[in-house]
Each structure stands twice: as structure tokens, then as C-alpha cells.
Ligand binder design. Structure first.
Ligand SMILES: Cc1cc2nc3c(=O)[nH]c(=O)nc-3n(C[C@H](O)[C@H](O)[C@H](O)COP(=O)(O)O)c2cc1C
Ligand code: SF4
Ligand code: SF4
Length: 253
């Protein structure tokens, strides 16, 4: 089994690696940002496919990855993991339906509540201790799910009609436009920026460049929040106006 994932701030990477540890005893996971990923899919029949949920949908970068490489998914056995701050309805189902359309066999789905990565909104902020407990609970769930898959009795969270309805009416319909296109809403405060380039090299979309020692965004953001959470000067915002907390998984382990 190989793990294929997208992870903005580390939650999903952590979860897929734990799943592989419990399922196979080792970790072979590739990010979709990595050039070797398509070859890794071709070489493996069994895949765990993982991503964070954005507005009850999969990130645009994940949607485009699947569509661009659709032929490699045919005949693969895919277990889908969706991580989220609170709720998604059918977070796993979003990619599962698309992958099944391209000929994959979906073996199961797992929803994992993890720390909220949106650092510039107060809404879902928890203490470090609460986030730490969330991560422990997620790991226990992962262990159980991996054991159940081994026993041939996989969990099927996010898959099926009722989950689909919950995702659609619970959130996706109202926020559908947010994940349909890449965003041009990233804001970088010029006065705060020291031109360190961390955001430039971190960005999954090559969406930030340095001009005259200051970072500037283009209009091609998948909203992963990596740059917002890594910037040493808290100069970057996306959905909110001010950085309240820089959220990265290492703080909560
Ligand atoms: C743009 C955006 C939208 C999000 N929408 C949702 C959502 O609809 N429901 C939810 O429970 N969490 C939502 N989240 C929280 C993330 O899914 C969650 O923190 C996830 O575990 C982050 O994973 P990562 O660290 O691998 O990027 C959203 C995060 C972002 C950045
Ligand atoms: S990480 Fe922050 S300080 Fe560094 S270049 Fe980007 S915006 Fe500027
Ligand atoms: S600009 Fe920032 S939030 Fe947008 S894709 Fe790049 S790293 Fe992620």
C-alpha cells in the first residue's frame, strides 16, 4: 500500500503516515506536490488517499490532480481519509465518487477531526491541550480503522447517500464557489514582510514571488494556509484580517 496525500499544515500527512504504520508496519507516503507520485500510484494496487476538507469539499489542487492523472486510478483499491476541523458530511465521498468514476474500487472512508488550520479566524480555535487531545483521539481512530481494513471490515465514513446529502446541504451548496476556482484573496502586508522567502518556497501552488524584497501573491491559491501559518512576521492572511494563531501539527503532538 502507498499513501498519496495533500496536506497544507501537516494534519493529513500525520494521519496518512499513522494509517500506513498501523496497516503495513511501515510508511511509504507521497505528497501530490512530489514529482514521483504518479509513478508510485502506478506501482501500487492498494492506495490510501488523503486530504483536508475545505468547505465540505476537497481542495482544488486535489481535484485537479485526480482529473489530470485520471487514467492511473483505474483498477486501484483506494481507502480515502479526509481530515477536518469539525464537520464535512461527505468529505471522503467527494473524491471517492470522482475516483470511482475513473475506475477505482473504493474500499472505505475515514473522517478525522484534527486541529483547525485556519489561523486567521477565531471560530474554531482550541487550546494547545485540546488540540493535543484531538490528535490522540484521531490516532486511536486511525489504529482501529487500519485494523478493521486488515480484517476485511473497513469503515465507510463519508461514503453513500446520506453522507452525500449531509455534505451537500450541511455546507457545500452554500460555499460551492469557494473551492471551484483557485483563490485570489491572499493578502500580504508589505510593511510586515521582511522578504525571507519562506512563503515562496512553502507554497504548493507557486503562488508567491519576491519582488524588490517583498512577497507578492498571484491569483492561484488553493487555500492550504501553509504560508499564513509559517510566516515569521504573521504578514499573511486569507479568509480573515489578522493572524490569531499559527497552526502547524508539530505544536499539538
Ligand atoms: C479553506 C479551508 C476550509 C476549511 N473548511 C473546513 C470545513 O468545511 N469543515 C471542517 O471541518 N474543517 C474545515 N477546514 C479545516 C481543515 O480541514 C483541517 O484543519 C485539516 O485537518 C487541515 O489539514 P492539513 O493540516 O493537512 O492541511 C478548512 C480549512 C481550510 C484551510
Ligand atoms: S514568509 Fe512572511 S516575511 Fe517571509 S517573505 Fe513571506 S510574507 Fe514576507
Ligand atoms: S498562497 Fe499560501 S495558502 Fe495559498 S496555496 Fe500557497 S501556501 Fe497555500
Amino acid at each position: 500500500m502507498v499513501g498519496i496525500y495533500f496536506s497544507g499544515t501537516g494534519n493529513t500527512k500525520f494521519c496518512v503516515e499513522k494509517f500506513l504504520t498501523y496497516y503495513t508496519g511501515g510508511v511509504t507516503a507521497c505528497s501530490i506536490e512530489d514529482g514521483q507520485t504518479v509513478e508510485a500510484i502506478k506501482r501500487n494496487t492498494e492506495i490510501v488517499f488523503a486530504y483536508p476538507v475545505y468547505f465540505s469539499n476537497m481542495p482544488k489542487i486535489v481535484y485537479d490532480f485526480i482529473n489530470r492523472n485520471h487514467s492511473v486510478f483505474s483498477g486501484k483499491k483506494i481507502f480515502v481519509i479526509a481530515t477536518m476541523g469539525l464537520f464535512s458530511g461527505d468529505g471522503a465521498g467527494c473524491s471517492a465518487r470522482l475516483l470511482a468514476k475513473y475506475g477505482a474500487h473504493i474500499t472505505g472512508g475515514l473522517h478525522l477531526k484534527m486541529p483547525d488550520c485556519i489561523g486567521d479566524e477565531k471560530a474554531l480555535k482550541r487550546t494547545n491541550e485540546q488540540n493535543h487531545l484531538l490528535v490522540i483521539a484521531a490516532e486511536n481512530k486511525i489504529k482501529e480503522a487500519a485494523e478493521n481494513l486488515k480484517l476485511g471490515n473497513p469503515v465507510r465514513q463519508g461514503l453513500g447517500f446520506w453522507y452525500h446529502m449531509a455534505g451537500l446541504f450541511g455546507q457545500r451548496l452554500w460555499f460551492y464557489n469557494k473551492t471551484k476556482k483557485y483563490s485570489n484573496k491572499l493578502h500580504i502586508e508589505r510593511e510586515k514582510c521582511i522578504g525571507c522567502g519562506i512563503c515562496v518556497s512553502a507554497c504548493a501552488m507557486d503562488n508567491i514571488s519576491l519582488y524588490s524584497g517583498k512577497a507578492e501573491p498571484k491569483g492561484n491559491c488553493t487555500m492550504c494556509y501553509r504560508c499564513v501559518n509559517y510566516c515569521p512576521k504573521q504578514a499573511i492572511t486569507l479568509l480573515g484580517k489578522k493572524v490569531y494563531e499559527q497552526c502547524i501539527i508539530e505544536k499539538y503532538l
